[in-house]
Design a protein around this ligand. Sequence first.
Ligand code: CP
Length: 331
Amino acid sequence: MTIAKTRPVSDYPPGGDAFRHRHLIGIAQLTPWEISYVLDAAEQWVDLNRAGAAKHDDALAGLTIINAFFENSTRTLLSFEIAGKRLGADVVNMHAAQSSVKKGETLIDTAMTLNAMRADALVIRHQSSGAVQLIADKVDCPVLNAGDGRHEHPTQALLDALTIRRRKGKVEGLTIAICGDVLHSRVARSNILALTLLGNEVRVVAPPTLTPPAIERMHVTTFTDMNEGIRDADVVMMLRLQNERMDGAYLPSAREYHALYGLTPKRLEKAKPDAIVMHPGPMNRGVEIDSSVADDPVRSTITEQVEMGVAVRMACLDILTRRKRKIPGWA
Ligand code: CP
């Protein structure tokens, strides 16, 4: 496995000029340098996390982080919780299904309630695009978007970029095919923004019904033929078929979708011989990806993506609370 060299701290503007944002709402607000800054900050946590110590740092000691999830999650929720705890923070999880949201409390009232409890950072997942920005506009603390509707999932794109950089030695000048249910995918949107910004050729491979209108405006090339779309790609990123967001007949059947768009060992031969296979999870095995590809120990990066998720979320929590912690230069 190759691991790209990180840039030295001296390469970046000093203090808060390296990352100017109070919140992390989307990749759309970030510059290539800010993305690179987060990836380099995350890199330092990877080895420490592998060393297995339960707690690595007290940087966030005394801070309270609230993870408020209005939609289900395994990877994002748990990795934000682990990230906060490894930095010494107190972490509280609010699951909407067991909260007063079920009694009809509005999103804004819920946000104001969490704000009144003096949270030091809020991590929000919500089924509606724009909901996280709405909360960020109302509260006093940093807000991190853990996925909002079809809009953005910025920490997923950052952990994917870190995974690519570690596997390929760089995250620029690569051909990256993002395949499947692009229409419903915030992961696709954030990844397209991040990977084009970093200077990669990004292809979108999807059936016409699952290709967002005017997606070419995001500087991608579109394909409806999977074999053509992944030809000579360095990275094949598969997406979950999001049946829960489909309110009509987008596809004839899962079986037909697999026949045309499923990633099989035979189809993967069209990509470069050393192409890596990514998937944000959760997977529909046998639909968008065969188990033999997903579990390929050499080409699949799926468990590594989960691992990088903890390091990236540690970096994001650390960076976004620096102003609150009055770190010199981060006023
Ligand atoms: N990739 C991702 O967001 O997974 P979860 O829904 O399990 O958090």
